[in-house]
Write a protein that binds this ligand. Structure first.
Ligand SMILES: Cc1cc2nc3c(=O)[nH]c(=O)nc-3n(C[C@H](O)[C@H](O)[C@H](O)COP(=O)(O)OP(=O)(O)OC[C@H]3O[C@@H](n4cnc5c(N)ncnc54)[C@H](O)[C@@H]3O)c2cc1C
Length: 391
């Protein structure tokens, strides 16, 4: 967050605002919360503030995979969270996809239900994917294990030890999705309004930006990785982790239209309809470096991405990289998103810690957050309540 001088902060250029709900952060969490608030109560005055613009953060910098499931595999979640919680969390992400399909226009958001592959980079990974998939199938989730020859042929790849194909998954243009929802919500979006601090005045919470103050009886802090910068109470739950991606010039070589995840999610790629390849990951090879908020390209990591492409997708051949970019993710201790009440203002909430999977929760999470704002609680809140770490 850039600093602001005393002169800038005391020369107010815009009138203060009063809203029914103020949301800080216009990523998928904030936009979806605004969407569901206004859908439930169309007369509600909802103001969404962002330091940048809609989709300035991770929501506009990701791979656009819409996947079912958490950041862990099913077996890991069963072992750490229990079977029932795991089943509900995975169901929650399935609902996320279904709600996006129901509430948006596929063409406007470039959504395609392509299915997705979880590819095994090693024989051990093939075993653990199949073990986790068997548990998920028992709980009613769909998928099909493909042996190495078929999997590699379907992905136009080499060297994978099989892959799990999940038919219900898909891909989206992330910025188009957020812009579509923001417009349809009818909420007021104020870009370039960084919140520097907040204070509680009477019943209201007041968000201070360099230009104006926005007051409301309820607020939602949807800044994901940046949450600890303003809400120090969240420091123990949310850690900023950098992810890096690249995209190539369009190619006539077709890999496959579906998103591919491999090496426990540490490599991920998809090809768009024009043939450009989007590839991300390799963070596990640079763990110590890829922490924090800086938007810096790591050349060694980027060359690891290209080596992966060359090794597992040699058919893609020579390619020109047109874009390289980073995004900041918020990681939680158990890789499940966190929700809490603001300690200084009980009607207000914060949400974050998606651990690199926020597009797979975000739209459904906005519905839950809207319920929290309007009802003071939500049926599924306990799966995400930060109190799980202390009870
Ligand atoms: C490279 C990469 C690839 C990914 N791929 C996928 C994927 O394919 N599928 C998937 O499900 N997930 C993916 N993710 C994760 C996903 O993008 C995030 O989990 C999700 O976007 C988080 O959404 P959010 O709204 O909580 O946070 P963000 O989108 O980060 O939004 C937070 C917003 O808060 C604003 N903000 C911060 N501080 C302030 C302040 N002080 N005042 C006002 N505004 C502020 C920021 O500008 C930002 O717009 C990926 C992430 C990255 C980085």
């Amino acid at each position: 967050m850039p600093t602001v001088s005393i002169w800038q902060s005391t020369y107010q250029t815009l009138p203060n605002l009063q809203a029914d709900v103020v949301i800080v952060g216009a990523g998928i969490s904030g936009v979806a919360t605004a969407y569901w608030l206004r859908k439930t109560r169309p007369t509600l005055q909802v103001v969404v503030l962002d330091a940048g613009d809609i989709a300035a953060g991770a929501s506009g910098r990701n791979a656009g995979f819409l996947l079912q499931g958490t950041a862990n595999d099913y077996a890991t979640d069963v072992a750490t969270l229990g079977r029932e919680v795991t089943r509900h969390l995975w169901q929650f992400t399935l609902e996320n996809i279904a709600l996006i399909q129901a509430e948006t226009d596929d063409t406007a958001i470039a959504y395609r239900q392509t299915g997705s592959y979880v590819a095994a980079g090693t024989p051990q990974e093939a075993e653990s994917i199949q073990y986790a998939a068997a548990l998920a199938f028992e709980d009613g989730f769909e998928g099909q294990w493909l042996p190495p020859q078929i999997a590699n042929a379907r992905m136009n790849a080499e060297r994978f030890h099989g892959a799990l194909f999940i038919p219900g998954n898909g891909r989206v243009h992330s910025v188009k999705l957020l812009r579509y929802l923001a417009e349809k919500s009818g909420a007021t979006f104020l870009p370039h309004h960084p919140v520097m601090r907040y204070e509680v005045m009477g019943e209201d919470i007041v968000a201070h930006t360099p230009f104006r103050q926005i007051s409301a009886p309820v607020s939602v802090w949807a800044m994901n990785a940046w949450t600890p910068q303003l809400l120090s109470e969240t420091k123990q739950w949310i850690q900023p982790i950098r992810a890096q991606m690249l995209s190539t010039a369009p190619s006539s070589v077709e890999l496959c239209p579906a998103p591919i995840y491999s090496h426990e999610g540490y490599f991920y790629l998809r090809q768009d309809d024009a043939g450009a390849l989007l590839l991300g990951g390799a963070r596990h090879l640079h763990r110590a470096a890829e922490v924090g908020y800086e938007d810096i390209i790591n050349p060694q990591l980027q060359s690891d991405l290209e080596a992966y492409l060359h090794n597992f997708f040699p058919a893609f051949g020579a390619h020109q990289v047109l874009n390289r970019w980073t995004g900041t993710m918020g990681f939680s201790p158990d890789h499940v998103p966190c929700i809490g009440r603001l300690s200084a203002h009980a009607p207000s909430w914060w949400v974050g810690g998606y651990s690199g999977h926020g597009m797979s929760y975000g739209f459904r999470m906005g519905k839950l957050m809207a319920e929290c704002v309007l009802e003071g609680t939500a049926q599924e809140l306990h799966y995400f309540d930060v109190g799980r770490f202390t009870t």
